[in-house]
Structure formats: C-alpha cells, structure tokens
Design a protein around this ligand. Structure first.
Ligand SMILES: NC(=O)c1ccc[n+]([C@@H]2O[C@H](COP(=O)([O-])OP(=O)(O)OC[C@H]3O[C@@H](n4cnc5c(N)ncnc54)[C@H](OP(=O)(O)O)[C@@H]3O)[C@@H](O)[C@H]2O)c1
Length: 293
C-alpha cells in the first residue's frame, strides 16, 4: 500500500499475493487428500482477445498456486446444445472441481441459459441461480469474484461498512447486484446507481464508500465525492493512453482517504478470489466424496 499525503493507495497486487499464499497452502493439503491437483476447466467461445488475455492470466495464477487449469475452446459458430453438452459432461467428471464459462458469449448464445448448465457446486463464478439465491439468503457458497474482491479490499483496509453509506455505480449481475447484497449483509446503507440515475453527483457525494464500475473514463471527478471518502474503481477501460477506470485518479486521490488504482487495484484481487472459489468448490466436492463412500 502506498500513501500520498494522507491518502492510502491500495495495492491490489499485495492483497492478491496474500490470498494466493493462503490458497497455495490449501492446495498442497488438498492435493495430498485427493491424490491429484484441484482442477478447473474454462470454456471459451470465439476469438475475443480480451477474454483470451484474461483467461491466460487466470490460468497462470492457477499454475502458480498448483491448481490444474485446462481450457476447451469453441468456434464462434458453436450451438447452445453443443456447448451445453460439453458443460454437462464436465459436471459429471469427478476429476474437474470448477467450471468457468468465459463471458461475453457471441450474441446467438443466451449467457444466462449457458451459465445455468453449470452444476452449482462447480460454479466457481457464482453466477447460477442457486448460488445467487444463497447470496440473497445470506448463506453464501460461491460468490461472484469481482464483488468478493471488493469486499477483500475493504476488509483488508478495515473499512467499516456497518451504518456507512455505500454507493455502487453498476447494477449488473456480475458486479453491482451481488456487491449490493454483500454490503447489505454487512449492514451498510446501499444505493445502486445506473445509466438511468438522475443527478448522479447528488448520490455519489453522499457516499462514505463509492464503488464504481460503469466503464466510463473520468465519470467520477473530485466534485462528485465527499472529503475522505473511500473510492473503489472496478472499471477497466482500454483507451489510447492505456488502461483506465471510471475515476479521474489524479484529482480524486487528493480528496479521498483511500483509493484503488487502475490497473493494479481490483483486477488482481478478482483473479485471486477466483482461486479461492476453486478451492471452496474442491473442498465441497471432497466432503461429498467422503459422504458417498
Ligand atoms: N476489475 C475487475 O476485476 C472487473 C471485473 C468485471 C468487470 N470489470 C469492469 O467493470 C466495468 C463494468 O463491467 P460489467 O460487466 O458490470 O458491465 P456492464 O454490464 O456494462 O455494467 C455497467 C454498469 O454501469 C452503468 N453505467 C454505465 N454508464 C453509466 C453512467 N454514465 N452513469 C451511471 N451508470 C452507468 C450501467 O447501467 P445500465 O445497465 O443501466 O446501462 C451498468 O449498470 C467494465 O469496465 C469492466 O471492464 C472489472
């Protein structure tokens, strides 16, 4: 973690490394029990460069901690039935503990319908209705990785959520909705903003904790935040000047008490959270194995 004046700048890499170290220890122990490495299989459709890069980073992180990562690539023209058949086969393969379906999928495939083919016990991104339902009931099992990463960062820096006003800009299933639930379960007061929100500034300027994931560079300027607010920038946008988030980092960091940079903030912690989910799924499958024996 860096400090400018009194502003803390989050090091996502350091937090991710701590999580990875713990996961590595867990992998060593479970590998002895299973007599094989935990294994995750990723399904990727088409030739989206960003998806491929993200998959490469996640596979590399798996390799670093001793998780076996394999991938099944499909052409852009794959049908729902062909993809569903392969996911269903993997559901019943007891050598595979976790399944990722890399998003976005081509337009002819309904992402929610494809994701619902994953067995909830192997749904390491937590997107199936069962895992989302468990989160709503405050009985979480596999929780979406990016919201989990945000919670790791807030916990790591001991940011109190109870009674705080958390404003989330994003209402997607991947980020905003699960994150709102996680914050509600911590007894925060949560506002969720999106593209139809009128007078965004009136809401963001009330935030003790502002979490933004709109994908709009410079959406958040220093006039839009309260002094000493905690600013978590989830967005990743490729611009001519490089990768950026939603926050005008230079300006906002002068007014915030803590801020995540882009890149190097939420991104690395998201990958580490994915590793944690693979281990949760592997541990759960080990328990089921013993019960069935
Ligand atoms: N760091 C990570 O690990 C990580 C992981 C996942 C995603 N991301 C990044 O996070 C961003 C969001 O991802 P996503 O998959 O959730 O995308 P998404 O589905 O497009 O969500 C964007 C959200 O922001 C809202 N929004 C867009 N422009 C806005 C504006 N001007 N004012 C207020 N709200 C606005 C959208 O509202 P409407 O739905 O009403 O349009 C939507 O709720 C992207 O930049 C993505 O790259 C980062």
């Amino acid at each position: 973690m860096q400090q400018t004046n009194s502003t803390q700048i989050v090091s996502g890499k350091d937090i991710a490394q701590q999580i990875k170290n713990q996961v590595k220890t867990d992998v060593e122990s479970i590998t002895k029990q299973l007599k094989r490495k935990p294994q995750v299989k990723s399904f990727i459709v088409g030739d989206n460069k960003e998806s491929k890069l993200y998959l490469k980073l996640r596979n590399k992180a798996c390799f670093e901690v001793g998780i076996k990562a394999v991938q099944h690539e499909f052409s852009e023209a794959v049908t729902f039935r062909e993809l569903a058949n392969e996911i269903e086969k993997t559901n019943s393969d007891d050598q595979v503990d976790g399944i990722f379906v890399q998003l976005p999928l081509p337009k002819h495939l309904d992402a929610q319908k494809v994701l619902s083919c994953i067995h909830p016990s192997k749904d390491v991104e937590g997107f199936t209705a069962k895992n989302m339902g468990r989160l709503v009931n405050n009985d979480p099992f596999l929780v979406p990785c990016t919201p989990q990463a945000v919670m790791h960062i807030l916990n790591h820096h001991q940011i109190p959520l109870k009674g705080s006003h958390v404003v989330i800009i994003n209402h997607s299933t991947v980020v905003g909705k699960p994150l709102a639930l996680l914050c509600l379960h911590e007894n925060a007061t949560v506002s969720v903003a999106h593209v139809f929100t009128t007078n965004l500034k009136a809401i963001t300027s009330q935030a003790d904790v502002l979490i933004t994931a709109a994908g709009v560079p410079n959406l958040i300027t220093k006039e839009m935040i309260k002094k000493d607010a905690v600013i978590i920038d989830v967005a990743i946008v490729k611009t001519e000047k490089g990768i950026t988030g939603d926050v005008d980092f230079k300006q906002v960091k002068e007014k915030a008490s803590l801020i995540t940079p882009v890149p190097g903030g939420v991104g690395p912690v998201t990958i580490a959270s994915a590793l944690q989910n693979i281990m949760k799924a592997t541990n759960a499958s080990l328990k089921v194995k013993y019960i069935n024996e």
